[in-house]
Design a binder for this molecule. Structure first.
Ligand code: ATP
Ligand code: MG
Length: 723
């Protein structure tokens, strides 16, 4: 057999890993050393050379996008399509198992997945139902508590209240929350994993079946598995399965969500005789970028320690830009992006990374103004937009009348005269009778409610029944199309004349196209509508509808894991933002932030820009921060500071005022500006300087213009002529 294509372009260590005997194997290596590549080639090798059936492989990757890419790469290596390959995220694979074995898992056949937002609403409603003050019990904290327990594999009955009344209350919330979910057939993200674990643990035959089936378990980004994911893998592998996992302890960035880097050690204990392979050559980045990353991560103490080297040339220095504020930072990024695109580069080869989602808005505004197409991973994603969730809620009700969270979302949307009091009556009925809102609505509409309210409720219920009837047998996209019209959601948003209404209408229509291009997986054996709804819930986190367009990529550092780009910007490198405020005082938290920074830097192949703002408005508050300590941890020779060009025409006493940034001079003085000075501005005309503050590139002046009134201007941008 010709094995060249599979072993081609692999170094010795990589080849060893790809062709390793069927024994537990741990590949532990730094960023860009080819771990993911090894995993793909390993799968192809097993199928093509070892003659393993694709059906007996299970591959776990970190995102759906990565899974799709892996499938594509395996297919192109093998030159044949690989159907029936179980490849996906932990959540995706767990979901698939639960769909197949819903009965054994104790779920209704048409169970629905709820995302974090639905989950939070459900908890809020629960508090209301229990008549509990939500200022004392913060819904988000309850959500956090519940998910953390599930991530550790714990049900309420496993929890000890430790004689702590707070904890006792939390456990009781968890218990009530579980009951509501069970009643409505609702499954949150953490539940997917927990239930898939219990499914195998409690069903011996099923476990035997899957153990026999999956001989090879391949896992990417192993350092970020949480307890329940690891337990699921461990269970599935048993004593006969061959786990092959790749990871990098320096890139463990989800500790805050329950990931345990200790699983790397645990693995070696659980699978005695594990073969460990280290990869040390980095193929991704220039030597400068790699040196910067190596030096940075060397500041962490809890490391396994690795040596990464490259044959690549030194390449460009890393450019560090000190911005006056977040807008200035965005302008800078956009200017560089413009140059990049003008040079004929693909937009998709450029990524703008930030620590927190909220930073994207200013960047987005700038990109929109500059007419540069972009795409945000994370943030407000298509399937999370309000109008889309409204439409999906109708679809969910069609599929499952007992879905309370969908019911509450649209019972009075668009408004149909079902007031808060009526809904409250339904809620108390559900409490008293442990039933769904749908059942409650039916009962009280024919009893307790007055004529008008009862009519409104009946009209809503018959609308849902009618939609269910009329969409039966239609193709998926016709179903969606029908529902957005008959529900009158489309008309409702059309009447909203503002830009928002227009966007919402466009998004609803986009949902129809999304349904049209949705390809049900024949292996899933479920109704296309249910599959589409699950897809919407599962994929919500990953990118937007216009994925095919060549556009600049915006994302958090967390979502950049595993990806690579020729051009990378890391924005908002300020103390308090990155490292994040809540981690600064906690040594472990700080190390995790540093690993995240390591992830960010190592995404760049050729060019890396780092920027920070002296002043930043975030969540409506102005912050003044120091540059991130992480910048100082990068060796000087890797870095070049770039400054905004000063455009004050004359007279400049100092040839290079920027160099004197740290010297204490009276504001503005270094530029030869004094209070009372007359200046001319190209747009605002003539005026007098009233006030100066700040220094260097960020010196600002307040000018009283004769016709335009008083304005604050940034000297380095204002282009003032001194008169
Ligand atoms: P990360 O830790 O960021 O997930 P990784 O270890 O998974 O990185 P890959 O993404 O697999 O690394 O590889 C990094 C880059 O190097 C990819 O572009 C890959 O194609 C390339 N590469 C890996 N090994 C080789 C090789 N032997 N020859 C040429 N290119 C390689
Ligand atoms: Mg990888």
């Amino acid at each position: 057999m010709d094995v060249t294509p599979i072993l081609d372009k692999l170094n010795d260590a990589q080849r060893q890993a790809v062709t390793a005997a069927a024994e537990p194997t741990l590949v532990i290596a730094g960023a860009g050393s080819g771990k993911t590549r090894v995993l793909v080639h390993r799968a192809a090798w097993l199928i093509d050379v070892e003659g393993i059936s694709p059906q007996s492989l299970l591959a776990v990757t970190f995102t759906n996008k990565a899974a799709a890419e892996m499938r594509g790469r395996i297919e192109s290596l093998l030159n044949v399509p690989v159907q029936h390959l179980w490849i996906g995220t932990f959540h995706g694979l767990a979901h698939r198992m639960l769909r197949r074995h819903w009965r054994e898992a104790g779920l209704p056949q048409n169970f629905q997945i709820i995302d974090a937002d639905d989950q939070l609403r459900l908890i809020k409603r629960l508090l209301k139902n229990l008549e509990i003050d939500d200022s004392r019990w913060v819904p988000k904290e309850i959500q956090w508590f519940i998910n953390a327990q599930k991530d550790e594999g714990l049900r309420p009955q496993h929890l000890d209240d430790e004689n702590d009344p707070n904890r006792r209350q939390m456990i009781s919330f968890y218990q009530s929350y579980e009951e509501i979910c069970q009643r409505g057939g609702l499954v949150d993200f953490a539940e997917l994993l927990l239930r898939a674990h219990e499914l195998l643990r409690d069903n011996g035959e099923l476990l035997q079946h899957y153990r026999r089936r999956f001989q090879h378990l391949l896992v990417d980004e192993f350092q970020d598995t949480n307890a329940i994911q690891y337990a699921w893998l461990r269970l599935l592998a048993g004593d006969t399965g061959v786990p092959f996992v790749v990871g990098d302890d320096d890139q463990s960035i989800y500790r805050w969500r329950g990931a345990r880097v200790e699983h790397i050690q645990r693995f070696q204990k659980d699978f005695p005789g594990t073969r460990i392979i280290k990869l040390e050559q980095n193929y991704r980045s220039t030597a400068t970028i790699l040196n910067a990353a190596n030096a940075l991560i060397a500041n962490n103490h809890s490391r396994m320690g690795k040596n990464l080297w490259t044959e690549e040339s030194v390449g460009e220095t890393i450019k560090v830009y000190s911005a006056y504020n977040e807008r200035d930072e965005a302008d800078f990024v956009i200017g560089r992006l413009r140059d990049w695109i003008a040079q004929g580069n693909a937009r998709a080869d450029a990524a703008v990374l930030y620590r927190s989602n909220a930073q994207s808005r200013v960047l987005e505004e700038g990109l929109i103004n500059a007419r540069i197409p972009y795409r945000v991973y994370g943030g407000l994603r298509f399937f999370e937009r309000a109008e889309i969730k409204d439409a999906l809620a109708y679809l969910r009700l069609i599929s499952n009348r007992d879905d309370d969270s969908a019911f509450e979302r649209v019972v009075n949307k668009p408004t149909r005269g079902i007031g808060a009091r009526t809904v409250e009556m339904m809620r108390s009925y559900t409490r008293a009778n442990a039933c769904s809102m749908w059942r409650a609505a039916g009962t009280i509409a024919s009893g307790d409610l007055n004529g008008r309210a009862a009519n409104a409720v009946n009209a809503f219920m018959s609308l849902i029944e009618r939609m269910a009837r009329e969409t039966r047998g239609l193709s998926l996209h016709d179903q969606v199309d029908h529902v957005i019209r008959v529900s009158t959601l489309l008309d409702f948003f059309k009447k909203d004349k503002g830009e928002k209404g227009e966007t919402r209408v466009e998004n609803l229509l986009e949902l129809v196209s999304a349904a049209k291009s949705f390809e049900p997986d024949p292996a899933e054996e479920m109704a296309p509508l249910d599959e589409f709804l699950s897809h919407a819930a599962l994929e919500a986190g990953e990118g937007q509808a216009d994925a095919w367009e060549d556009c600049v990529q915006l994302m958090t550092m967390h979502s950049a894991k595993g990806l690579e780009f020729p051009l990378v910007f890391m924005c908002g490198m300020e103390e308090g933002l990155f490292p994040h405020q809540r981690s600064i005082a906690d040594p472990d938290g700080l190390e995790e932030e540093r690993r995240l920074c390591y992830v960010g830097i190592t995404r760049a192949k050729q060019t890396l820009y780092i920027s920070y703002a002296e002043q930043r408005r975030l969540h409506g508050v102005d912050n003044y921060a120091q540059p991130s300590r992480f910048i100082a941890e990068i060796p000087d020779e890797c870095i070049e500071e770039i400054r905004p060009r000063v455009q004050v025409s004359r007279p400049l006493r100092s040839p290079s005022p920027m160099r004197r940034k740290n010297r204490s001079v009276a504001p503005g003085n270094e530029l030869g500006i004094h209070l009372g000075q007359r200046v001319r501005h190209s747009k605002f005309g003539d005026g007098v300087i009233l006030n100066c503050e700040g220094q260097g590139a960020h010196a600002r002046v307040e000018v009283n213009f004769e016709t335009a009134g008083t304005k604050w201007l940034v000297l380095s941008y204002a282009n003032l002529d001194l008169m």
